[in-house]
Design a protein around this ligand. Structure first.
Ligand code: AHR
Length: 522
């Protein structure tokens, strides 16, 4: 049996990448072949990044409560949220937007609180933004989380000078008006900033620019973003949305051989039946469940399209794709402000997270950063808060379970699984990816998208001997199950005993509508 599988794998390896169509014919159905002795690219930990915008209750209430709050906090930042995010091993956090970024003037958010300007948050409900959460507060959050900063600058309504000065204020140790100002505001040493976005969605809320125009402006702004005091910026050019390949083509054609940016952003939201409908986050039927995953899976095609363009201009893959906004966008919860984008989060969102993270892992050669939209109380959040209460969503649990892939090496995994059919449409029922970490432990993450059927998968492990397998599973009785403030542990991971490993063959019984992460050791 084992020899037969090795034979299949050898044929696949010899056949090369063009053999995609043949792979399904060669492998028996519900067969997954894992080759462990030829690891691929490192899965950047930054694929597991998050996004916090000045939008609804993401920053105010969700992260920032202020030092005088009764809610336990450190320098005004909620302790419960910090602890949960650390446990999830958050690698980077994007801020302050989103659309907000291209209206944000960073100098409004520094200095004594009582002197900070109040502005209108024109993108998100016209509410007053008092700027009490600004640069120092964000960098404190980054320090408490132990993660890297991803800051997005203002191209739409800002200037090259304003952006250049922000970088200087943040990262320079030299004597300059900006560093003196930072010191006056209580911060002696510069911070480190890893990622810096040159605008956001500049084809839309970031200034409605054409690709050609933005490409020029980006070059101008990028020129003045210095690397100070040992800090090295990874500059992210504002990129396309969905299938907008023309934007990628324009930027890459113009920039392929230059070093004006290191990453190209891409946004992709799953919106069931279009913006007019969107669907409810918790009251949905199987058609919407299926449609959500069908649309989630489109990102595979979208990545392929953008990667092909990038490969033409940057065959050495020096520039990364930065999927810095992704996730399910449903209708807001009844009775909440339309502009605050507050939605619940169900088992369906957990499976969405698993599908996306598996796809990002599989594309680790080009996808270097990704940020779920958004971290707290907005869209597909990992955390919901209400006053002093906090709930970890099913999506949170998937990020926590999948953290084992961070900085591990991608493993080649060939999967031929049955389809999940609904009406006249079908999608693969199983999503999967695998990696090997520095200690030699293998992790396989899987999701069964079918809400009705358990699926048994056999998986020969080729290339080395392993004998132990343990795992965790996230599932629930209902497709619509979610965690509320009353029942915060309705959907949570438990240990998984549906797999065995005998003679190098792993057998996994994937319950319907579940996410599983396995650890395999010698
Ligand atoms: O995440 C919400 C919004 O979606 C962001 O502000 C914007 O970049 C995108 O259109």
């Amino acid at each position: 049996m084992k020899k037969l599988f090795s034979f299949f794998v050898i044929i696949l390896l010899l056949a090369g990448s063009e053999a995609g169509a043949q792979k399904e014919n060669i492998l028996p159905v519900n067969q997954l072949v894992l080759v462990v002795n030829h690891p691929g690219p490192v899965i950047s930990k930054d694929i597991y990044g998050h996004f916090s915008e000045h939008l609804g209750a993401c920053i105010y209430g969700g992260i920032w409560v202020g030092i005088d709050s009764k809610i336990p906090n450190t320098n005004g930042i909620r302790n419960d949220v910090i602890n949960a995010l650390r446990e999830m091993k958050i690698p980077n956090l994007r801020w302050p937007g989103g659309c907000f970024a291209d209206t944000y003037h960073w100098k409004d958010g520094i200095g004594p609180k009582e002197k900070r300007a109040s502005i209108i948050n024109t993108n998100w409900g016209g509410v007053t933004e008092d700027n009490s959460f600004g640069t120092h507060e964000f960098m404190k959050l980054i320090e408490l989380l132990g993660c890297d900063a991803y800051i997005t600058g203002n191209v739409g309504t800002g200037t090259a000078r304003e952006m250049a000065e922000w970088i200087e204020y943040l990262t320079s140790d030299a004597v300059s008006p900006m560093t003196i100002l930072r010191k006056q505001n209580g911060r002696e040493d510069p911070w480190k900033v890893k990622f810096f976005g040159i605008g956001n969605e500049n084809w839309g809320c970031g200034g409605n620019m054409t690709a050609d125009f933005y490409s020029n402006v980006m070059r101008q702004y990028s020129t003045y973003l210095g690397d100070y005091s040992g800090n090295k910026l990874y500059k992210v050019a504002s990129g396309p949305y969905d299938y907008n390949y023309q934007w990628t083509e324009t930027l890459m054609k113009d920039q392929g051989t230059r070093d004006m940016f290191q990453g190209l952003s891409l946004h992709y939201y799953t919106v069931v039946d279009g913006w007019g409908f969107k669907g409810s986050a918790t009251k949905f039927d199987e058609r919407e469940w299926f449609e959500t995953f069908r649309l989630n899976l489109e990102i595979e095609k979208i990545l392929r399209g953008h990667k092909a363009i990038m490969d033409r201009y940057d065959p050495e893959k020096k520039k990364g794709l930065v999927v810095d906004e992704w996730g399910n966008w449903f209708r807001v919860e009844p009775g909440t402000n339309e502009s605050f984008l507050y939605q619940q989060n169900s088992l369906r969102d957990a499976i969405t997270a698993a599908i996306n993270l598996n796809i990002f892992n599989q594309n680790a050669d080009r996808v270097k950063v990704a940020n779920l939209a958004q971290m707290v109380n907005v869209l597909q959040s990992v955390i919901l808060t209400k006053d002093d209460k906090m709930v970890l969503t099913p999506t949170y649990h998937v990020f926590r379970m999948f953290k084992v892939h961070q900085e591990a090496q991608l493993l080649n995994l060939d999967l031929n699984c049955e389809d999940y059919t609904f009406g006249d449409k079908k999608i693969p029922a199983i999503s999967a990816s695998a990696s090997i970490d520095k200690a030699g432990k293998i992790h396989i993450s899987l999701a069964n998208l079918n809400p009705h059927k358990d699926i048994i998968i056999t998986c020969p492990i080729i290339g080395n001997n392993y004998s132990k397998v343990t795992g965790e599973i996230l599932t629930a009785g209902e497709m619509t199950a979610f965690n509320s403030f009353e029942k915060p542990e309705n959907v949570k991971p438990v240990s998984f005993n549906g797999c065995k490993l005998n003679g190098g063959i792993l057998t996994i019984t994937m319950p319907s509508k579940s996410v599983v992460v396995l650890e395999i050791t010698k």
